[in-house]
Design a protein around this ligand. Structure first.
Ligand SMILES: [Mg+2]
Length: 263
């Protein structure tokens, strides 16, 4: 994704603090929000948080030092519950036939931490994403499928549902993304008609925000485009709320991700 995460988040927090300071100056803004802790005790200890994340993913390490999430982890169990609900909802929509829309049924998946797990990469870079380290990682390794999402997507395809991916990854990561999705068990073709990456250099004409789209504008605008092609998106899957906001999906499913937040 085009996520200069920490810097963007820091900027947002700074902007929020400035706004609050201006609006509530003298009222004690620090008590009205949590952006400025008064004590270190109000801040989760970073080492503890990382250890909690590793426990949640059921951290396992192979002989070469690569970290993996475990299939019997809390993460996998939480996913299984969401996927069971989603499968039931999708089956119901397909059975009803109308599925509230007027087109060919489709689902949309985000890529990172929705279709494939970034956990090993995130640990490798200390949760500090950079385009360069991410590109180097994708060039040399595949990320494993998010537990159960390959099964869900393949099941949907077997029911006649068209599978689309919309990712914030840049267009330059198309080949790596196609290779990875195919290698880890996604049977629907992530071809150019079904895998949308963010193209800031030559943005598609249907995105009126062009090269300046926010994630929500880019993703919802691309879903609108898909529906304009005659599809009805009966399910939209993402690990970030910005994957899911903005409409153009009958149902949205939020997958867990305690590792980072993307506006
Ligand atoms: Mg994601």
């Amino acid at each position: 994704m085009s996520r200069a995460r920490l810097s963007r988040r820091s900027l947002a927090l700074t902007a929020a603090a400035v706004t609050l300071g201006a609006t509530f100056y003298g009222v004690g803004a620090a008590t009205a929000d949590n952006s400025v802790p008064r004590s270190d005790k109000e801040i989760p200890n970073l080492t503890d948080v990382v250890n909690e994340i590793k426990a949640y993913y059921g951290d396992t390490v192979d002989a070469s030092g690569e970290h993996f999430a475990s299939a019997d982890s809390s993460y996998a169990r939480q996913l299984a519950g969401i996927e069971a609900k989603a499968t039931s909802d999708l089956a119901h929509a397909l059975h009803k036939g109308g599925h509230g829309g007027h087109g060919k049924p489709a689902i949309v998946l985000d890529v990172d931490d929705t279709s494939v797990i970034t956990y090993n990469y995130e640990l490798e870079v200390g949760f500090n994403y950079s385009p360069a380290s991410n590109q180097a990682y994708l060039d040399s390794k595949n990320m494993p499928a998010v537990f159960g999402m390959d099964t869900l997507a393949n099941w949907a395809a077997d029911q006649g549902v068209t599978v689309f991916w919309i990712t914030g990854r840049p267009e330059s990561q198309r080949a790596d993304t196609v290779r990875n999705l195919t290698a880890v068990g996604y049977k629907s073709a992530p071809d150019t008609d079904h895998l949308y990456l963010k193209d800031k250099v030559n943005p598609p004409a249907y995105l009126s925000c062009g090269s300046t789209c926010t994630t929500i504008q880019y993703k919802s605008g691309t879903r609108a485009h898909i529906e304009s092609l005659g599809y009805d998106i009966i399910g939209n899957f993402g690990d970030q709320y910005s994957d899911l906001s903005g409409g153009y999906a009958d149902k949205s499913f939020k997958l867990p991700n305690p590792m980072y937040f993307l506006p």
